[in-house]
Design a protein around this ligand. Structure first.
Ligand SMILES: NC(=O)c1ccc[n+]([C@@H]2O[C@H](COP(=O)([O-])OP(=O)(O)OC[C@H]3O[C@@H](n4cnc5c(N)ncnc54)[C@H](O)[C@@H]3O)[C@@H](O)[C@H]2O)c1
Ligand SMILES: [Zn+2]
Length: 653
């Protein structure tokens, strides 16, 4: 007995800690699978011993909510739902009643109030007693009716969700959050609870109504039926959760029907909800401290497979966070083959005591996202990398609220790396199409790209790339074709693509010309020689020389030169492309070091630079076309073309 109570105390502690992270901080320190199984163990022990500890999560709904949003008390407490994984208990629970079975949507529950046809309030479920007021955010949900026919007061509940397809897209575009969102529920919660609804608006949030709470003012009869209520909401213009009427006779088949369809769902669902259709009878049953007695949730029995852990991959993100990913022998799960599952952080990895060759159990959370449920052999011994997989700088373990995570200590690590790749592939540089910043980030994170030259060997990762969300065979083929095409380039574009500080395309051209495209000579050069080139000043010369002093850069260039060929080795002798043209320069410059450098460049090409705009001026060089400077105004008055530095460079070629 004492043993059991101690075990209960331990479980209560663990669950409360996880619950706090989950509800208060929007974090998961254990999987839902683990949470649910610990919870079930606790329920069993409570039954067995007849004891319930005062702080047990089985009798408390949620936690205090911490956020900057205004809070409001719910008129009617928002409870949790009792759960079963067994269709037969569901059937037994229903008895001779008629029930309504619907998807249990996995997002954020919201209570909406409409008055005189308009949305006047939206409140999150929060801890069940108090929620956060998010009215302005709800107004930018994708599918809420702006105005409804009903003029009285209508209160309804529903779930705000983000579709899987949107989740992938949105998550890919989030650069600056601490780490990417783990699942659509997580992202939805973060998006709904924004202080600024512009962000909410971009997140494509959908609202599915699942329950009418009350109507006041204009009386309507609903024949005492939940289904009739849902249909009425539909007529008002709400998107209503898909539901089916069930009886004891049909419930098993209908559950099967839903289960078969879950894979096609684009919105996340973690089970089904069964509610009695008879409203009055349902209400007469009352509630327990935690659950209403008129409804129950059904969770799918997760399909679990045993497999062998073959590798731990370390995946870096832009913020420096490095997360472990379990790679295992491929298994069939819920109709697809899976071979990788994120472990989210070091704590989760360590709790599983993973070792290579271990027998691990895999399942799909919500039947979609692969997760490790357990490790049966627990040999342990996975080494935590001391070096970042991206930049090879030292890593550091950080501990926050009992969660250990691995970070790269190099502040610019991935961001810098991504930048150098995006620059290399950009149009004026190597011009490789199909490599957005988001794609590059994923390729780096997956370990396909370490150095620039790896871009020419993406074929090695063909299978994984084709499998990647939003990729597919066709985009893969296009990408490879574009990379192959880029292998032939000009020396100046290549030099520019290296991303040497202060070396824009025009400077790269000047330098290539001076060195007759000889990269060996460029490597050995001193500033003096560079300074003889009109248009090249001290700052440019210094960064050039410094770049070529670094051994790692020389290796990088050697590796790249093996992959590419130059279009033509001949150098244009034609130099005077700007003969007889008069320029005025205004505003700040990005490509040239300063105005003087640009002036020298123009003069070297036969042009002229003057100080003020007159009818004799051919071009005003100004990066900011909308600027209200006097030169800009004058040029517009006289109809003189205003060009950016970029356009100027094209012109001067
Ligand atoms: N990973 C963790 O550390 C951790 C911690 C705490 C809780 N959890 C997860 O949260 C679960 C418990 O969460 P809970 O108690 O907040 O909610 P719940 O799972 O009991 O779900 C009940 C809620 O589902 C919503 N819902 C969605 N679709 C619905 C529909 N069609 N009809 C009616 N209601 C619908 C309602 O808001 C309802 O209140 C656990 O089972 C666990 O999986 C995980
Ligand atoms: Zn790093």
């Amino acid at each position: 007995m004492e043993n059991k109570v101690n075990k209960m105390k331990e479980l209560v502690g663990l669950l409360n800690e996880a619950g706090k992270a989950y509800y208060q901080e929007n974090r998961e320190i254990m999987s839902n699978y683990e949470y649910d199984s610990l919870y079930d163990q606790l329920v069993d022990l409570e039954k067995e011993t007849g004891t319930v500890l005062s702080n047990s999560p089985t009798i408390h709904v949620g936690y205090e909510i911490l956020s900057e949003l205004p809070k409001e008390r719910h008129d009617e407490q928002m409870l949790s739902l009792d759960k079963t994984k067994d269709v037969l208990s569901l059937k037994e629970w229903l008895g001779s009643q008629k029930g309504v079975l619907s998807w249990k949507l996995d997002g954020l529950t919201i209570v909406l109030t409409y008055r005189e046809g308009y949305l006047v309030k939206a409140v999150t479920r929060g801890n069940g007693e108090y929620g956060e007021v998010i009215t302005n955010n709800a107004k930018v949900f994708k599918n809420l009716p702006h105005k409804i026919q009903y003029r009285g007061e209508l209160i309804l509940r529903g779930e705000a969700v983000i579709k899987y397809s949107d989740f992938e897209k949105i998550n890919a575009g989030i650069a600056d959050v601490d780490s990417k969102y783990k699942n659509p529920r997580n992202l939805c919660s973060g998006s709904v609870r924004q202080l600024n609804n512009e962000i909410t608006a971009k997140r494509n949030i959908h609202f599915f109504a699942f329950q009418l709470v009350s109507v006041k003012g204009e009386d309507i009869t609903f024949d005492n039926s939940r289904v009739v209520q849902l249909n009425w909401l539909k007529e008002l213009g709400f998107e209503v959760v898909e539901s089916k009427i069930v009886t004891q006779e049909t419930i098993e088949d209908v559950v099967q029907l839903f289960s078969d369809k879950v894979h096609e769902n684009d919105f996340p669902s973690d089970g089904l909800v069964l509610i009695l259709d008879d409203i009055d009878y349902g209400k007469s049953l009352g509630t327990t401290a935690k659950f209403p007695r008129d409804s129950i949730a059904f969770k799918w029995m997760d399909e679990i497979r045993d497999t062998t852990l073959t590798e731990i991959e370390w995946s870096a993100s832009r913020t420096g966070l490095i997360n472990p990913i379990a790679v295992f022998e491929p298994v069939e799960l819920e109709g697809t083959t899976v071979s990788r599952a994120s472990l989210h952080n070091l704590s989760i990895m360590e709790a599983l005591e993973l070792g290579l060759g271990d027998t691990v159990q895999v399942y799909k959370a919500n039947m979609i996202i692969p997760q490790l449920a357990d490790n049966l052999t627990r040999s342990g011994g996975i080494e935590i990398p001391k070096e970042c997989p991206v930049c090879h700088q030292p890593t550091q373990i950080k501990q926050e609220n009992d969660v250990k995570s691995l970070f790269c200590t190099n502040e610019e690590c991935l961001a810098k790396r991504i930048k150098s790749f995006t620059h290399f592939v950009s149009r004026d540089a190597m011009n490789m199409e199909g490599l957005s910043e988001a794609t590059i980030e994923k390729f780096i994170a997956k370990g396909f790209l370490h150095q620039l030259a790896d871009l020419f060997h993406l074929q090695n990762n063909k299978e994984e790339i084709v499998e990647m969300e939003g990729f597919g065979k066709k985009s893969y083929d296009n990408l490879i074709a574009s990379i192959e095409k880029s292998r032939v380039t000009t020396p100046a574009k290549f030099l520019y693509s290296l991303g040497i500080q202060n070396i824009g395309l025009s400077n790269a051209k000047l330098i290539c010309k001076e060195f007759k495209n000889n990269f060996d000579e460029m490597r050995k050069t001193e500033s003096d020689r560079l300074l003889t080139i009109p248009g090249i000043g001290g700052v440019i010369a210094d960064s050039f020389v410094e770049f070529f002093r670094k051994e790692s850069n020389l290796i990088m260039i050697d590796n790249l030169l093996k992959e590419i060929t130059f279009e033509s080795q001949e150098i244009k002798t034609e130099n005077s492309t700007l003969t007889d043209k008069t320029f005025v320069i205004t505003g700040s410059l990005e490509k040239f070091e300063n105005r003087n450098a640009l002036k020298e460049f123009i003069e070297a090409k036969g042009g002229k630079v003057t100080g003020s705009v007159t009818s004799k001026t051919d071009y005003l060089i100004n990066n900011d076309n909308l600027s209200s400077s006097s030169k800009n105004k004058k040029a517009k008055e006289l109809g003189i073309e205003i060009i950016t530095e970029e356009e100027f460079i094209n012109l001067s070629n």
